[in-house]
Design a protein around this ligand. Structure first.
Ligand SMILES: [Zn+2]
Length: 258
């Protein structure tokens, strides 16, 4: 076992299961891969709950995209395995479902709001079953169902700014926070990161603390390799299909909230 850096112990009790709530396959790795690897290595079982299958994401030229959801699911399973997660589920599918019948929440899509492609906003043609069109109370209940099933003691998701602003990320903050509050467990927000080098897209959350988790780079790079249809690693950077670059996130900011 590898202890976590001092300070993380206060947010994540020793040996306590942790549930990461994410919007799309790849988010667990891109924004929290190093944190999942660090917590897992320290003996805290980590679970990943992903809301959509990233049906509206881009793929590299030449990748058959006729069943993008199936491709994403496969990549996500392999990435979770590389990070050492103890279990994973899609929101709306039992045990991450509070009522029958089960359902799928769909990727809402996004458009870039700025020329530098650092800040995202809602797609004008989001489908009717998009995550962002869902009843937040239904999402809260489904998150809570999975958290209960895995015995999570801490829930982790994006801060209120939703990372780089993808509407699905923004949307998940409140229901996840409400689920944690309803269950009486901890809630930790991952602080927004700049999409590219430069200024963060949002003011840092109050009380944010930053942790250097570079010791877990190897696990993160292995998980990133699972997403070969949509990104590649180039030195210290992740390069997305659209050419956008971002540093591999090994320094992670978190803020606890009640
Ligand atoms: Zn995402």
């Amino acid at each position: 076992m590898i202890p976590v850096p001092a300070g993380l112990d206060g947010l994540f009790p020793p040996a306590a299961p942790v549930l990461f709530v994410h919007a799309h396959p790849d988010d667990e790795t891109l924004s929290t891969g190093a944190l999942i690897a660090a917590l897992t290595a320290s003996g805290r079982p980590c679970f990943v709950l992903t809301a959509t299958r990233g049906e509206r994401g881009e793929v590299r030229a030449g990748v058959p995209a006729d069943d993008l959801a199936a491709l994403r699911e496969d990549e996500w399973r392999r990435a979770c395995a590389a990070l050492g997660v103890a279990g994973h589920a899609f929101l709306g599918t039992p045990p991450a479902r509070s009522a029958a019948p089960q359902r799928r929440y769909h990727d809402s899509g996004m458009v870039w709001l700025d020329a530098a492609e650092t800040l995202a906003g809602p797609a004008p043609d989001a489908p009717g079953d998009a995550l962002t069109s869902a009843d937040p109370a239904e999402v809260t209940a489904d998150v809570a169902a999975y958290a209960r099933a895995v015995g999570a003691r801490v829930l982790v998701t994006y801060d209120a700014a939703g990372g780089y602003g993808h509407p699905d990320h923004v949307f998940l903050h409140a229901p996840t926070r409400a689920a944690a509050s309803g269950l009486g467990v901890g809630f930790v927000a991952v602080v927004s990161q700049p999409r590219t080098a430069g200024e963060p897209v949002a003011a840092p959350a109050a009380g944010a603390r930053w942790f250097d988790l570079a010791a877990h780079r190897e696990a993160v790079v292995r998980a990133l390799a699972a997403y070969a249809s949509q990104l590649r690693v180039d030195g210290a950077d992740v390069v997305h299909v659209g050419g956008q670059r971002e540093p591999i996130q090994l320094r992670i900011g978190v803020a606890a909230a009640r």
